[in-house]
Design a protein around this ligand. Structure first.
Ligand code: G16
Length: 538
């Protein structure tokens, strides 16, 4: 049936789909408008096959029922849905590719907390399994501004718990095990026998699923297949509110894991993943590995895993990610690419086989096996490398720095800043950019300063205003940008980086002090926002 509607303001997808407070999504017509706009933007649903699933957070199941009814009314031929509505983001990406589907809806607000008073999100992934590129998200947004009606089947709910095939009107609905295909894919990429031998030899690990989607995946792969001890996976049952936690795998939000790893009782490896399973944290005994370093180390050692034995075609990183992986690319004699923040920008490079591995400072790493970042994949690649090299995490990191030097790195988040003040910070920086070169601030001389624009080498598209970057003589850099994933006010992110060719065991914040002060002086962030200390330092 057709339901008359009117446009709802603010349905512009951000860094990764549309993210809002759950109650916003629960308003009558809100989800429906966005889903219909997506169908309108992709040329309708007729005859299409779609993958549908989410991270299991509050409102996941009702939203999936609505999307299924709308898919049926829009002429979709087949919907493949994770049992109980659950699919990790990388597993959904894989299912799109495996089934040659036309795309998929992924319901998640990723690492943002879940619950009726927390966050919800929806994104559309395209045929290649990757997040819709900007051209498509712009079309979707445009469609939300002119929408007059949506289509929805007047049918009962589908039983999401029963694996097998059913029908909703003329649409076939196939409910699948969320883990099975993903598990099979992982077995093709890594040397499971070597990892089994590692665990059999007494290697210990803790994987914190943070009450989010990766619990069932980690139980099946790490404990039941690879032989990690029962109890390796903690917080492994997905909860609608993630146990009231913040399922973001970083030293702040995964503090219990960090505390364990810094204690005498630490296992050999600690790892965590986020709400929808695409982010990861890696920490060895007494050794936290920054996401930027993890990307570089994985790239430098990937050839030790069967899937990457022939080498990498190239490496891509988002602009605010440290230059550590560029050094690896240089040594390997392969290309490296710098993209804007957002996994969607890696899609073209992966499709064109220009890169094999990608990563971001925001705890995401992945490869050409899917078109999303993949938390468990990163953990398995680390395990594969540890199994082959027979060194500890700390030894592998130390060896990496000895070879390439260390990129000291930290990100400061100033959260919930009033939007006009956050915009004023960016505007003030923009105004200063042309005069910064050669100036000295806090003892550091500016060697380059610009606002990052990305020219996609595959389709020629241009993405402007992707963050201000200021480099200093001596290998320091500060980057400023506004987050595109928040649901409240604005978050100013300040990314600090300092290269060191020696002296690898210094205090990170002490090493970054000069860059921080230079960034403060240039941006006037404190004066413009009234904030002197960040809310979160990672
Ligand atoms: C999303 C994107 C990532 C991005 C991250 C942070 O991750 O997929 O590419 O790096 O947001 O974005 P921002 O700095 O704009 O908040 P996720 O895990 O939230 O889907």
């Amino acid at each position: 049936m057709k339901v008359q509607t009117t446009p709802i303001e603010g349905q512009k997808p951000g860094t990764s789909g549309l993210r809002k407070k759950t109650r916003v999504f629960m308003q009558p017509g809100y989800l429906e408008n966005f889903i219909q706009a997506t169908f309108d933007a992709i040329g309708g649903g007729t005859g299409k096959t779609l993958i549908i699933g989410g991270d299991g957070r509050y409102f996941n199941k009702p939203a999936i029922q609505t999307i299924l009814k709308m898919a049926a009314a829009n002429g979709v031929a087949k919907a493949i849905v994770g049992q109980d509505g659950v699919l990790s983001t990388p597993a959904a990406s894989h299912l799109i590719r495996l089934n040659h589907a036309d795309g998929g809806f992924i319901l998640s607000a990723s690492h943002n907390p879940g619950g009726i008073d927390e966050d919800f999100g929806v994104k559309f992934n395209a045929q290649n399994g990757g997040p819709a590129p900007e051209t498509l998200t712009e079309k979707i947004f445009a469609a939300t501004t002119v929408i007059t009606q949506y289509l929805i089947a007047d049918q009962g709910d589908v039983d999401l718990g029963a694996i097998g095939t059913t029908h909703l009107g003329d649409m076939r609905v196939q409910i699948v095990d969320p883990v099975e295909s993903y598990h099979a894919l992982m077995e093709t990429l890594f040397d499971f026998n070597a990892i089994r031998a590692l665990f059999a030899g007494g290697f210990t690990m803790r994987f914190d699923a943070m009450h989010a989607v990766t619990g069932p995946y980690a139980h099946a792969i790490l404990e039941n297949t690879l032989g990690a001890a029962q109890g390796t996976v903690v917080n492994g049952i997905p909860l609608e509110d993630f146990g009231k936690g913040h399922p973001d795998p970083n030293p702040i939000w995964a503090k219990p894991l960090m505390d364990l790893m810094m204690s005498d009782a630490a296992p050999d490896l600690g790892a965590a993943s986020d709400g929808d399973g695409d982010r990861n944290m890696i920490v060895g005994r007494g050794a936290y590995v920054t996401p930027s370093d993890s990307l570089a180390i994985l790239a430098a050692n990937a050839h030790l895993a069967p899937a990457y034995a022939a080498g990498l075609t190239g490496i891509a990183r988002s602009m605010p990610t440290s230059a550590a992986s560029d050094r690896v690319a240089e040594k390997l004699g392969i290309a490296c690419y710098e993209t804007p923040t957002g996994w969607k920008f890696f899609g073209n490079l992966l499709d064109a086989d220009k890169v094999t591995i990608c990563g971001e400072e925001s705890a995401g790493t992945g490869s050409n096996h899917v078109r999303e970042k993949d938390g468990l994949w990163a953990v398995l690649l680390w395990l594969n490398i540890l199994a082959v090299r027979k060194l500890s995490v700390a030894e592998i990191v130390a060896d990496h720095w000895a070879t390439y030097g260390r990129d000291y790195y930290s990100r400061y988040d100033f959260e919930n800043v009033e939007s006009d003040k956050a915009n004023a910070v960016m505007q003030a920086l923009r105004t200063k950019l042309p005069t910064l070169f050669g100036q000295t601030h806090a003892g550091l001389t500016v060697s380059a300063a610009d606002e990052f624009s990305y020219h996609d080498p595959v389709d020629g598209s241009v993405s402007e205003n992707q963050g201000v970057r200021i480099s200093f003589d001596g290998g320091g850099r500060v980057v400023f940008r506004l987050s595109g994933t928040g649901t409240q006010g604005a978050t100013v992110r300040v990314y600090l980086e300092q290269y060191a060719a020696e002296g690898f065991d210094r205090d990170v914040q002490a090493v970054l002090q000069d860059v921080r002060h230079a960034g403060d002086a240039i941006s006037e962030l404190s004066a413009l926002t009234g904030r002197t200390e960040p809310d979160v330092i990672t």
